[in-house]
Design a protein around this ligand. Sequence first.
Ligand SMILES: Cc1cc2nc3c(=O)[nH]c(=O)nc-3n(C[C@H](O)[C@H](O)[C@H](O)COP(=O)(O)OP(=O)(O)OC[C@H]3O[C@@H](n4cnc5c(N)ncnc54)[C@H](O)[C@@H]3O)c2cc1C
Length: 375
Amino acid sequence: MLSFWELNSLVNYQYIIVGAGITGLSTACAIKEKNPKASVLVIEKGILPTGASTKNAGFACIGSYTENWADYERLGEDKFLQLIEDRWTGLYLLRKRLGDEHIEYINHGGFELMMNENGAEGDKVTKLNELLTPLFKKQVFYIVPQFINQFGFNADIVSDMVFNPFEGQIDTGKMMNTLLNYAGILQVRVITGADVKHIEDTPTGAKVYCENNGQQITFHAEQVAICTNAFTKHFLPDEEIIPGRGQVLCTAPIDDLKFTGTFHFNEGYYYFRNYGKRVIFGGGRNIDFETETTTQLEINQRIQNQLNYFLDEMILPNTPYTIAQQWSGIMAFNEQKTPLVKRVNQHVVVGARLNGMGVALASKIADTLANLMTK
Ligand SMILES: Cc1cc2nc3c(=O)[nH]c(=O)nc-3n(C[C@H](O)[C@H](O)[C@H](O)COP(=O)(O)OP(=O)(O)OC[C@H]3O[C@@H](n4cnc5c(N)ncnc54)[C@H](O)[C@@H]3O)c2cc1C
């Protein structure tokens, strides 16, 4: 039973955000930036965020060349260009909001490793450059096979490489830490360990029913944003939201590591980067889609074996390394690979399904949600 004080001062807000990942926290900050006096509460079920935002690989990118080509073929020119613009704008907003030095944004450029016989397909690279140059004002993709040897990759497996100078890397932990600190400065209240069970529309706003260890509290807000990415089906069962687990490893420092930058192969299904002298390497869910369509945080040994194979044979051939850590995180997808950003009813909006590109997209989605909610 709530006290007079709790009912008066602690459960009613103008805005409630469900989910303290990068989308939820950025939405809360965007509301406060527009309206500093607004009361904003973020409710998170984990002690730390438990989705993707603290688990990802820290690529600040618009997607690799083959991934972009697949997006272009699937979406058509206009929607493809809109998606790339949203990713690029989102990265700009994230860097502007938090500062490059705080999120350790470093631009070494991004590379795609081609493993097919014919290497990079020049006509596709040319077409993408034609499409993207107006947005970036410069050429985006360059065919650069000379880096295969320079970076020490196995030239028997890697047939070609494509470079994108507009790609950077961040320190994901520092980014989330800075975002939480910034939310604190703006006086956003964040409650963790509170599982939102149900959101109910009422004539004056929405009731948000929370549970923690048998304790139940109902909060109320004029506007609620659902920012729960892969877990959103719980609230919106009719939406197309397919969970996808991503698996990542981090090596111990490697003294003679030959490369810096962010790297992709296989249409973005695999990705690796340097973190100082370490290698962070993830992906491989495409070899076991069925098992990886889950919201459970576990390690898949079959995928682990595949990651080990690529490390041993292709990325670090003849270089001894040890794996320091492994983890997994949960993403959300749909067939079109487009985010779900919309008003659900008079008092509830949703920003979810970031299709494995949330570092790029979240800040843009957050601004859209903040605009919808404060109208
Ligand atoms: C392994 C991996 C690697 C990735 N690498 C990259 C990358 O390099 N670059 C890139 O751009 N993107 C990458 N991504 C994707 C990116 O991390 C996500 O798109 C982004 O973090 C999504 O942010 P979000 O805030 O929307 O969702 P999430 O971070 O998943 O946050 C949702 C939050 O909602 C909370 N929640 C869920 N249900 C409830 C409830 N009922 N009550 C209260 N809280 C709830 C969850 O606990 C979670 O903290 C990667 C993802 C993974 C898993």
